[in-house]
Write a protein that binds this ligand. Structure first.
Ligand code: UD1
Ligand code: F6R
Length: 371
């Protein structure tokens, strides 16, 4: 039931304040008589000790689910101190890459039925790793066959393009980082700031959804373009990949997410006054590096669209010539949850304006059950 919305994708983008609320429900505790802020992931509590002792955590997934894991990687590394590596399921299988008994392998999948991810799960089970599932679908193959896991509880996702599952996956993996990471005095302030940030998320997402009209205008401007580059780094490298994936899969426009630190190693050659180039430059430890990326793109007459934190428009826009998307700021590791929303809206409006099928993009299926 699409309610008052025209498409499931539109509905699912706009219901993210609610889906994020159900994702965190009962899992974060704060205030009241219990002063300490803590995380409780029922599905993991008996396995946390083993996970903390693992030599490595390996995230495994495909498409949007892989991107969500990539967004959560930095905070998991920071809070756990355990090396975190990334595997696209098909590539792990192609290489028959090493997986060890001492590994914790985390399988991220909205449907829980993706063939590549399931095969990688079988492979990791054979190799003796502890296998953890992060899925939206209770009783799915991945939920059944992993040793333990967390349901993201985002509610059924019907549009082929994954939207609300992505943001809920990131929140679950941030909670996973809090659950695995030790509760030491030195990281207490950081942990509390993240927990407060998770509580603030539904309102921040509600706020960023108000950019809908502006993203429709931007889509109108980009309607006839051939391509869109998206530069991100740090926490928002994943945002650039995921934003580009949304644009290509539903709007059928070429788009590429690029790690901004790699710009000078090739992609800069593409930049000219015609190619739209979106740079994610919200406030975090990488902000000044992104400012310099913007300067360099501007010096090459790049056609700039900059996403920045509220109030930063003047300091990110050289000569006042670029388009600016201002988003509310929150704890750095949760910023990807807010930053993806305008890009989801952009992909949605581009698709409608270009006259393509939003909920059933050509050649794609919601659940990829063949390899
Ligand atoms: C569970 C209940 C929830 C109830 C809550 C009350 C289910 C599905 N969830 O939620 O309805 O409100 O207790 O405390 O009944 N699992 C995997 N692999 C996965 C995902 C999950 O093995 O990919 C396992 C978990 O380890 C756990 C079980 O499935 O044993 C349920 O997981 P989850 O729904 O995340 O647990 P709770 O949040 O505790
Ligand atoms: C993109 C998209 C796909 C899926 C991928 C994995 O919008 O939907 O890239 O993310 O096929 O699917 P799940 O998460 O079900 O394993």
């Amino acid at each position: 039931n699409k309610g008052s919305y025209k498409h499931y994708m539109q509905k699912e983008i706009h219901e993210q304040p609610e889906s994020l609320t159900t994702t965190m429900r009962g899992r974060l505790l704060r205030g009241g008589s219990c002063k300490a802020k803590t995380v409780l992931l029922g599905g993991l509590k008996d396995h946390l000790k083993t996970i903390r002792q693992s030599r490595r955590i390996v995230f495994i997934g495909c498409g949007t689910s892989y991107n969500a894991a990539l967004a959560a990687r930095p905070i998991l590394e920071e809070l756990s101190g355990i090396p975190v590596t990334m595997e696209i399921a098909s590539d792990l299988l192609d290489r028959q890459g090493p997986i060890y008994r001492e590994d914790t392998a985390v399988f991220v999948s909205q449907s829980g039925e993706t063939a590549d991810t399931l095969s990688a799960l079988e492979y990791a089970l054979e190799n003796g790793a502890l296998c953890v599932g992060i899925t939206n679908t209770v009783d799915s193959a991945i939920a059944r066959n992993t040793h333990c896991g967390v349901h993201i509880n985002a509610g059924a996702e019907i549009g082929v393009a994954s939207t609300k599952a992505y943001t809920s996956q990131i929140v679950v993996m941030a909670m996973l980082a809090l659950a695995i990471g030790g509760d030491t005095i030195s990281n207490q302030a950081r942990r509390e700031a993240i927990i407060d940030g998770v509580f603030e998320l539904p309102n921040k997402v509600r706020e960023v959804l108000k950019l809908d009209g502006m993203m429709k205008d931007l889509a109108q401007e980009l309607i006839a373009e051939q391509s869109l580059l998206v530069f991100g780094r740090g926490y928002n490298y994943a945002t650039s990949l995921e934003g580009a994936l949304k644009v290509k899969e539903v709007a059928l426009m070429h788009s590429e997410g690029i790690l901004a630190g790699e710009m000078k190693h090739g992609p800069l050659a593409l930049v000219d006054e015609t190619l739209p180039t979106l740079v994610i430059a919200t406030r975090d430890a990488c902000f000044s590096k992104q400012q310099s990326v913007i300067q360099q793109l501007h010096a090459r007459k790049g056609r700039l669209i900059v996403m920045c934190s509220k109030g930063d428009a003047a300091s990110v826009c050289p000569g006042g010539t670029c388009r600016v998307i201002e988003v509310p700021q929150l704890e750095d590791c949760l910023q990807p949850v807010v930053n993806i929303v305008p890009l989801q809206l952009l992909a949605y409006h581009l698709t409608v304006l270009r006259g393509f099928n939003v909920d059933q993009p050509r050649n794609l299926a919601k659940s990829v059950t063949t390899q």
